[in-house]
Design a protein around this ligand. Sequence first.
Ligand code: HEM
Length: 318
Amino acid sequence: MVSLRLPFAVLAVLVAALMTPSAVAQLRTDYYAKICPKLETIVRSSVKQSMAQSQISGPAVLRLFFHDCAVRGCDASILIVNSNGDDEWRNSDNQSLKPEGFQTIMNAKAAVDSDPQCKYNVSCADILALAAREAVYQSGGPNYPVELGRYDGRLSTRDSVVLPHSNFNLDQLNAYFSGLGFTQNEMIALSGGHTLGAADCPFFQYRIGTDTTMNSAFADDLRKTCNSNPTNGFAFLDYSPVGFDNAYFRLLQGGRGLLGSDQVLYSDPRSRNTVNAYAANQAAFFADFMNAMTKLGRVGVKTAATGGEIRRDCRFPN
Ligand code: HEM
């Protein structure tokens, strides 16, 4: 019964330490101010170059960040390439992640490491968090401050990948996101990430002609798209796939949400008010999206004390 003999003050500190998520507490927007003062400028210009080279880069990076944070936390485990082939990115749910997203992070990491002060001092997880913000900002979205100080994880396995599916209903979406600590509102704001990018036919084709919430003219367009290109057909998640705006929510109001998990946010009366609010007010969507992205960036953050490290090559643990 050692604990009973501890002075109250010591006990109080210990309890507080256990209750405070210390890994989260260490995140700060100025974490690299002395370690790598030019970090944000370097990542900004590198991501800008990648986005100029390919319009897929922005959407791909934003999705990559979500798929990283949702599995084992924001620790860049999605970037690990294990020699035995057992890693997150080889899970079937990650096979549609675009190579441009990975390449954008590799380019940004190389740019960061070309500064002698920064070399091997910035985690891949932080570079990914910054690049995701750039994808949003450089597409016309908000320029929100990014908390930094994450360490990179050392583990990545195929079986650890659990991600939401495009046929999820509202209860399934809520169950998944509440498991990561998000409210329904925050889940809807994060789904607004689908203002960027595209989806391949297999993710929505099953809805055409069967899902009555789908606008019929939209269904006709999608049918043509997928029938004319059965192997590589795709459609944009929003009219303006490289512009970050609230058009996604207006599309949902018109039955033009591409994925079932998008459209259900409007079809289900329990979430419709939030969709309407974001459709009417882009500033409200931007504010909630920024907060939800900051919260996403705190999921499962690693420290040196919890086995994290600053990876030298984002693909391989040191
Ligand atoms: C709500 C649950 C979600 C589901 C079911 C879902 C599912 C999907 C699917 C099926 C695709 C198409 C993949 C392809 O065909 O290549 C996609 C694309 C995308 N997702 Fe999600 N997603 C969800 C949440 C999110 C969140 C929270 C974000 C980020 C904040 C996000 C960002 C993106 C982006 C940017 C794309 C486009 C990627 C590209 O064009 O390469 N998604 N998502």
